[in-house]
Ligand binder design. Sequence first.
Ligand code: FAD
Ligand code: SIN
Length: 526
Amino acid sequence: MIKETDFLVIGSGIAGLSFALKVAEHGKVILISKTSLDESNTKYAQGGIAAVTYEPDNYLKHVEDTLIAGDGLCNREIVEMVVREAPAQIQQLIDWGVKFDLNDKGKYDLGREGGHSEYRVLHHRDKTGEEIQNTLVEKVKNHRNIEVHENQFAVEVITQHHLGKLVKRGQKDTDCYGAYVLDLNTDQVNTFLSRVTLIATGGTGNLYDTTTNPKIATGDGIAMVFRAKGIIENMEFIQFHPTSLYNPGVKPSFLITEALRGFGAILRGPDGQKFMKKYDERGSLAPRDIVARAIDHEMKITGSDHVFLDCTHLDSKKLKDHFPNIYTKCLSLNIDITKEMIPVIPAAHYMCGGIKVDQNGCSTINHLYAVGEVSSTGLHGANRLASNSLAEAVVYADRAAKDSIQKIQDIKINKEIPEWDTKGATYTEEMVMITQNYKEVQQIMSNYVGIVRSNLRLERAMRRLEIIYKETEELYEKSILSQQLCELRNLINVGYLIIKMAQEMHESRGLHYTIDYPKKGAITEF
Ligand code: FAD
Ligand code: SIN
């Protein structure tokens, strides 16, 4: 089947949904999502969305906090742009119906998280993501120009390569014509031709065996654009959230928001002692890379498999009122957070790098935009400041929408694109071939490419990943496509990019820490 549209949106998190709503007055939109419309990383966001709202906060403070967290690798112009444009885009969310909590004076109740010098995080209790996701899904479903297709898995973006032409990485005249999409209801691969395509497929958390990300986060967009010869960057900067609930065997790991530390919760070691001041004078509210590394170190020296987050000294009514989701979840595991400490561990949480885009979300492939966690804009540098990603997504959705609306008149649908070539594949793989390799990839990445790295670990990881890569490509060539096989292939591609970029770093910076080059400042080798 071939479908044609003006705008093809791949992904139904905050990035895809808000872009779709913005362009829908200017053409037909098809929005696809690989599961149901309401499943995404966005839905699980807790802490909130960062923006300057009231004095004494100001743009300069938010800019400086972002730059400090980014450890010298943010693009200052982009940081200033996002910080200045975020309040208007948050107002847009409010106009669409998103509700943020107010205090008893009727002003927004601003939270604080690690690395922020002011209270500036707008939130909806500890369920900010759910509020945003539900509101935007409702608007999208009711929009007459938006056609929604659930259970549709984007397999590849279409370029001249599919017309038999050679495409080289970074080449200026590569064009995107849409995407091949696996219909998970019929197992057919359909052709979606579009004038403009948006990749908004989110993160890559499932590369690691402990992650806060739901199952959908398998790096599909990054892998697709990499295979289409777009430029991918900054992949070594994987953010581990310091505090996910220690609950072995349960996936994804339930997040214990950093806003709880902003509210006064304190990290303690297995012996009940505070330890963060040993590592950073900002204590439990130091930026995430520092806190995650400190916890990792404490766990290694004490041999414990978790540390604790202590809220027992906080006002219990206010605690329950502000964090009902966390209170209820912990209580369901017999942990009353008003009386007992919460066992926590770091978990893979956010991909700072991704598809390289300009200030309008344009990738290096023409007519192909990337917005949200899948993109690398220059905002986060070597480490993302908490709650900056939802803000980045809405600012870039707006910019990409404006840019594409302006350009779309000059873009034609390419009618020569062939339908997907199944190459006569008939083989249905045994699922164990996929699940075993999936687990191995997660183990390789968790043990060798985690919070602390080394040359030897990275080399080993690359060697082992290569074996799995070859096995999986062989399987892919002869198999009828399945979501599991495509996701495994994508995770392998993304793992390769992370290891390769980590190997090219001859220093420790932000989220990338290696024992071979423990200091910041690249070492010149002679
Ligand atoms: P997502 O919301 O992940 O959406 C991706 C969409 O793409 C999904 O609908 C998915 O199904 C679809 N998709 C993926 N691959 C394919 C494919 N091949 N074909 C079709 N569809 C596909 N950030 C903050 O700023 N503040 C917070 O408080 C915060 N808390 C967080 C808490 C948790 C537990 C997590 C996991 C993240 C949190 N983050 C937070 C990060 C933030 O939520 C995400 O970075 C952001 O929501 C990403 O939005 P997105 O639209 O880019 O992607
Ligand atoms: C959290 O609530 O701690 C997550 C915030 C974020 O990832 O930005």
